[in-house]
Design a protein around this ligand. Structure first.
Ligand code: TRP
Length: 376
């Protein structure tokens, strides 16, 4: 059935070309922060308005359970946080399908079939998983589910035939592993699945936004994050305490902008309109940096500028969050509707997969005839 002839040329057909599928998700292990925002959330909000794509964004609670099996309450608490973060950054349920991974049992079944196409050695070599295992300090007690979460992620992506996955660079090894699974599957069972590609944020700084302490990437576990849900005074305090150049003691001293967190954030968030509005005496970020380098520009002035910009960016996000916090029933309804839409698609793919593998025994007339023939 999979070899049925298809129409090869659809140029000149009056139908609009099918939209390409974008899909991405986040583990509900904490609130989302500015690193998520710069790295992927902002991009998703842009992409949902691009008519070439249809976007799916989901809360990957099954993946979160792979290292939190003993603390399901953490996942339950953060489900609503991530949902509120999504809606407050401007993901619009009319444009983006928002759903929850665990409500799509088809994903688990797909995972089982893909599991056979991946070796243990290959799982152990995935650099993202390797470094996470180290950070989490599993030692020799790695949950099997954790080691194999890239297989489950391959199910998430392929169930929707997603071609693009917006995410940070840490997702690349997982997407690569997904492509390998897709190639193996298609080679063995027929061309059913689509190979996905990662879409990185356009800007390198956004790709790896450092934490406020300058010690590493922004993350909940390092305690160096600015959360989208932080109130204005908390954000301001975090900005005012940011790590700068420790040798820039007096305003008049020359300073370094490399590794200087407020400058890195300005590169990620400042637009020309911001400078016009808040520091019109400078024509560009380059000029501000040059002034800091030669001395005469104080950290406080830079931090105040950054604070204005970040508060301006967060203001509409806070306002939408307030609205949805006051309408939790609506938030849950949005997720539930999204799950219904997502499930129909995943179920369709699963059906194709089962058929391709040849395990749809009771719908297969050819198989029935063959069995009968065999014992004639
Ligand atoms: N791995 C992602 C994270 O660490 C979450 C995730 C699960 C995901 N499934 C996905 C991302 C599919 C993109 C596509 O947050």
């Amino acid at each position: 059935m999979k070899n049925k002839t298809t129409v090869k040329d659809d140029s000149g057909s009056s139908k609009a070309p099918a939209k390409e599928i974008l899909l991405t998700g986040d583990r509900p292990t904490g609130q989302l922060h500015l690193g998520h925002y710069a790295g992927t959330l902002k991009k998703r909000v842009e992409l949902q308005d691009d008519v070439r794509y249809k976007q799916f964004v989901f809360i990957s609670d099954i993946q979160a359970l792979t290292d939190n099996a003993r603390d399901p309450d953490k996942i339950r608490q953060n489900l609503i946080e991530v949902a509120l973060d999504y809606l407050s950054v401007g993901l619009d349920p009319k444009k983006t399908v928002l759903f929850v991974q665990s409500q799509i049992p088809e994903l688990a079944e797909l995972t089982m079939y893909y599991m056979n196409l991946v070796t243990l050695g290959r799982l152990q070599r995935n650099p993202t998983v390797k470094s996470e295992m180290k950070d989490k300090g599993f030692g020799s007690n790695v949950p099997a589910g954790f080691l194999s979460y890239p297989v489950s992620q391959a199910a998430d992506i392929t169930a929707f035939k997603a071609k693009y996955v917006p995410g940070g660079e840490d997702q690349e090894p997982i997407i690569e592993q997904t492509r390998e699974i897709v190639r193996a599957f298609n080679a063995i069972y027929g061309d059913i699945l689509v190979e996905p590609y990662l879409i990185l944020p356009g800007n390198d700084v956004c790709n790896r936004l450092p934490g406020t302490d300058g010690k590493g990437k922004m993350s909940k576990s390092l305690g160096n994050a600015i959360y989208l849900a932080d109130p204005a005074n908390v954000v301001k305090e975090k900005i005012m305490n940011m790590y700068t150049d420790p040798n820039h003691l007096k305003v008049g001293d020359p300073g370094a902008v490399e590794g200087n967190i407020p400058f890195i954030y300005l590169r990620a968030f400042a637009k020309p309109e911001h400078l016009n509005k808040y520091l019109p005496e400078y024509k560009s970020l380059d000029e501000i940096e040059a002034h800091y380098r030669r001395g005469g520009l104080g950290d406080m002035k830079v931090k105040r500028l950054l604070n204005e910009i970040i508060q301006e960016e967060l203001a509409p996000i806070r306002e939408r969050r307030k609205y949805y916090e006051n309408n939790i029933g609506l938030v849950l309804q949005i997720l539930q509707d999204g799950c219904k839409e997502a499930r129909a698609i995943a179920s369709d793919t699963l059906q194709q997969v089962r058929q391709a593998i040849g395990i749809e025994y009771f719908q297969d007339e050819t198989l029935k005839k063959m069995y009968i023939e065999k014992y004639k």
